[in-house]
Design a protein around this ligand. Structure first.
Ligand SMILES: Cc1ncc(COP(=O)(O)O)c(C=O)c1O
Length: 400
C-alpha cells in the first residue's frame, strides 16, 4: 500500500492496560462498526455501545456518569451550555397548548426563552413568586406541565421553600425541573431533599450550567440535564438526538479534569464569600446584603433547613443593594473602580466578577423582601479574601 494510505489505515494498536489519573479523550464524529450487522443492531441509548459522535463517546459517557454520582441522578446528557440545558428540557417536555411556570427570580435568559421562543410555538408561561408557595400553587392550572425551580436565585439570592414547592407540584402531578447551578450538586441533593424519607422527595429534572463550578476555569461552556426516571430520560435523550446537540471533547476533558476538585473549590468560594458578606453588612453604603447564610437574607431559614449552616453549602455569590442616595453613575463608578473584581458575566471561576443589575426591568414588580436601590452582584473567585476585601473597600471611596 502507498504510505499515505498506510498512514490512515495504520495497523499499530497500542497495548491495553494503560491507566493514568485522567481518563483518555476520545474524539469522533464517525464511529466504526466491524460489520453491517453490528451497524444495524448497535444501541447507544443505554450506553452499551457507540454509533456516532453526537450520541456519545467514552469521554461523554464518563462525564455524564460522574455528574450522576455527584448529584445523585441516574441519567445525564451533556449540552453546549447551561442555557441550552434549559431549552432542551422545554423542547423535550412541552408542546403547543401546555403551560410552564417560572420563578420570578429565574436566570434572565430562561425568561427570554419562554417569552420570545416558546410563546411563538403556543406554549404559554406564568411567573410565580419564589418565596410564596401558595402563589405557586395558585398558578398551577390544568395546562401546567412543568414547573421550573431555582435555589437560590442567582442574582437576588433568595432561597425558596423547595420542599414545600415540590410537595405542591407532586400533589398536582406536575413535572419539576431545577436549575441547580448554584447548588452544584454539593449544597443539597435535589433528587432526595429529605434523605431517609421514603418515597424520596426530589425534582424530576436537574440542569446545570457546568460552565460555572464544575468547569471552574471560566473557559468552558457546557450544560447537563439529569434525571432519575428512565422514561423521562428517554424523552430528553431523543429530543437531544433530534436537535443534534453535541459538545466538544476538549471541553468535556476540561470538566473531567476540574471535577475532582469541585467540592474543595466550592467550599473555598463559600468561605471567602461569607467573610465578605459579613464585612459588607457593616458598610453603611449598602442597605441590604443578600446571601442565604445571613439570617436577615430572604429564605435564610429554608436554606439552613435544607443545606445546613456549615461552609461548603452556599456557593460564591452575594449581592448588595446600594443606598438609593447613590445614583446610577456613582454605582457604575464603584464597579469600574474595582480592580480584582472584573466586570463580566458568569460565575464559579477563579477570578472574582461583578455586575450591576437593573432589577426593575428583570422582575414583575419590585419584590417586597428587597429594599430599593441598585443591586450589584459579586461572584467571589479564589483570590485571597483580604485582597478582595481591600479591593471593595477602595472602590467604596468612589461612592462618597
Ligand atoms: C443560574 C444560571 N443558570 C444557567 C445559566 C446558563 O449557563 P451558560 O452560561 O452555560 O449558558 C447561568 C449563566 O449565568 C446561570 O447563572
Amino acid at each position: 500500500m502507498n504510505p499515505l494510505t498506510q498512514l490512515i489505515h495504520h495497523a499499530y494498536q497500542p497495548p491495553d492496560g494503560f491507566e493514568a489519573p485522567q481518563p483518555g479523550v476520545f474524539k469522533a464524529s464517525t464511529v466504526f462498526f466491524p460489520n453491517v450487522a453490528a451497524m444495524r443492531s448497535r444501541e447507544w441509548k443505554n450506553k452499551t455501545g457507540y454509533t456516532y459522535g453526537l450520541h456519545g463517546t467514552p469521554t461523554t459517557y464518563m462525564l455524564e456518569e460522574r455528574l450522576c454520582t455527584l448529584e445523585g441522578g441516574a441519567h445525564c446528557v451533556l449540552v453546549p451550555s447551561g442555557l441550552c440545558a434549559i431549552a432542551l428540557v422545554a423542547l423535550a417536555l412541552l408542546k403547543s397548548g401546555d403551560e410552564v411556570l417560572i420563578p420570578d427570580n429565574a436566570y434572565g435568559p430562561s425568561k427570554s426563552l419562554v417569552e420570545a421562543e416558546l410563546l411563538g410555538w403556543g406554549i404559554t408561561h406564568q411567573y410565580y413568586d419564589p418565596m410564596d408557595p401558595q402563589d405557586l400553587e395558585a398558578q398551577i392550572s390544568s395546562r401546567t406541565r412543568l414547573v421550573w425551580l431555582e435555589a437560590a436565585g442567582s442574582v437576588t439570592l433568595e432561597f425558596p421553600d423547595l420542599v414545600r414547592q415540590l410537595q405542591i407540584c407532586r400533589q398536582r402531578k406536575v413535572l419539576t425541573a431545577l436549575d441547580n447551578t448554584w447548588g452544584a450538586g454539593l449544597a443539597f441533593k435535589p433528587f432526595d431533599l429529605q434523605p431517609g424519607v421514603e418515597p424520596a422527595l426530589g425534582v424530576d429534572v436537574s440542569i446545570h450550567a457546568l460552565t460555572k463550578y464544575p468547569s471552574g476555569g471560566g473557559d468552558v461552556l457546557m450544560g447537563s440535564v439529569m434525571t432519575r426516571d428512565p422514561a423521562l430520560h428517554h424523552r430528553i435523550l431523543l429530543t437531544h438526538m433530534r436537535l443534534g446537540l453535541g459538545v466538544g471533547m476538549n471541553d468535556v476533558e476540561a470538566v473531567l479534569r476540574s471535577l475532582p476538585s469541585v467540592a474543595l473549590r466550592y467550599r473555598a468560594h463559600d468561605v471567602a464569600t461569607r467573610h465578605l458578606v459579613h464585612w459588607a453588612c457593616q458598610q453603611s453604603e449598602f442597605v441590604q446584603v443578600l446571601h442565604p447564610a445571613l439570617e436577615e437574607s430572604p429564605g435564610h431559614y429554608q436554606w439552613k433547613a435544607l443545606c445546613g449552616i456549615e461552609p461548603g453549602n452556599a456557593a460564591g455569590l452575594f449581592s448588595v443593594i446600594l443606598d438609593p442616595r447613590f445614583n446610577r453613575d456613582q454605582t457604575d463608578a464603584f464597579c469600574d473602580a474595582l480592580r480584582l473584581f472584573r466586570l463580566g458575566y458568569s460565575w464559579g471561576g477563579p477570578i472574582s466578577l461583578v455586575v450591576p443589575y437593573a432589577l426593575e426591568s428583570m422582575r414583575m414588580g419590585w419584590p417586597p423582601h428587597l429594599l430599593r436601590g441598585t443591586l450589584v452582584r459579586f461572584s467571589v473567585g479564589l483570590e485571597a479574601v483580604e485582597d478582595l476585601q481591600a479591593d471593595l473597600q477602595q472602590a467604596l471611596t468612589q461612592l462618597k
